[in-house]
Design a protein around this ligand. Sequence first.
Ligand SMILES: NC(=O)c1ccc[n+]([C@@H]2O[C@H](COP(=O)([O-])OP(=O)(O)OC[C@H]3O[C@@H](n4cnc5c(N)ncnc54)[C@H](O)[C@@H]3O)[C@@H](O)[C@H]2O)c1
Length: 345
Amino acid sequence: MVKKINISIVGTGLMGFQHIKAIKKSKKANLHSIVDISNNAKNISKKYNIPLYSNVSDLLNLKKTDAVIVATPNQLHEKHTLSFLKNKIPVLLEKPISDNIQSAKKIIAAANKNKTPLLIGYHRRHNSIVSKVKNIINKGKLGKIVSANVLCWLYKHKTYYKEKWRVSKGGGPLGINLVHDIDMICYLLGSIKYVQAFTSNKTRKFKVEDTAAVSLIFTSGVLCSINLSDTIVAPWSYELTAGENPVYPITDQSAYMIGGTKGSIQFPNLKFWFYKKERSWWNKLFVNKNKNKKDNNTLVNQIDHFADVVRKKVKPKVNGNDGLNSLKIFAAITKSAKTGKKVRI
Ligand SMILES: NC(=O)c1ccc[n+]([C@@H]2O[C@H](COP(=O)([O-])OP(=O)(O)OC[C@H]3O[C@@H](n4cnc5c(N)ncnc54)[C@H](O)[C@@H]3O)[C@@H](O)[C@H]2O)c1
């Protein structure tokens, strides 16, 4: 049997803790240690019987790990990731790659200079449902793709916003949630050429947005609208429909609709709509529901993939440039919302 990869986790908050659970389920990885400054980390260290370091230097000086996951606040991604890449330790870096473009470029340059793998934590790409949708599109089953509609409506509780970084630049739902949707829609439909957006903070009244309406034009000419809010009680978001993360109880709804000249698909529930006879709004529209189960192993799949990346068996499915791409779109959305103008990517 192949030896497991030792992984240390830096930042064991909401997401870091999900990674701990995923590593425990993975056959390819072993939890080496954690790095965190919170009291809660002490409990995690006891519970899993693993060393806890209070800073990255201690981990680097005291004991070597094969790889790390960086799941600290976005504003700390650059500092933490660079210290590992400089020591040639592969990194699975949580999304977004960083809170600004310059810093993202430094991270990518460090990975290239040190020839050290960098995987960005857009875990949805490791969901088998997403691969199925990509196949359906690539095989032309929808015909020529015309437009897409993405909803991300959810309600975040009060205590979620106790963490100050979540109400600072980059900590709102554009940086936390929408970047996932951007990464996904670019993976499925290609590169984006123009962005136009409106944002609002009228409901929560934080400095960061709580709601956004975004229009996208792809290089291919496909149009897309994304509507996002973290202050709406609703079932329509990838988070609440994919069943990837047990933190979010699942609904039977969908979040994405992709439409083409031969049919359209909703997902994650994989409903495919089409005509059997002549394509006409006067004819009966049929729906095929894919019987495959939801994939609730996405985070474990991501850890297994990371182990293969660390062993240099495969290239990262989501590399630094993918991370930079979604960050650029995020920046363009923010700019467009501020200026009221369409932004060219
Ligand atoms: N992939 C996803 O679906 C997903 C979901 C949520 C969050 N995230 C990302 O994960 C990252 C963390 O988000 P979160 O919601 O878990 O945040 P969080 O605030 O719950 O956790 C951050 C952790 O980092 C620790 N930390 C802060 N400063 C530190 C330092 N200097 N050294 C070591 N540890 C430090 C904190 O004590 C805390 O435990 C963010 O980049 C976020 O965007 C990704």
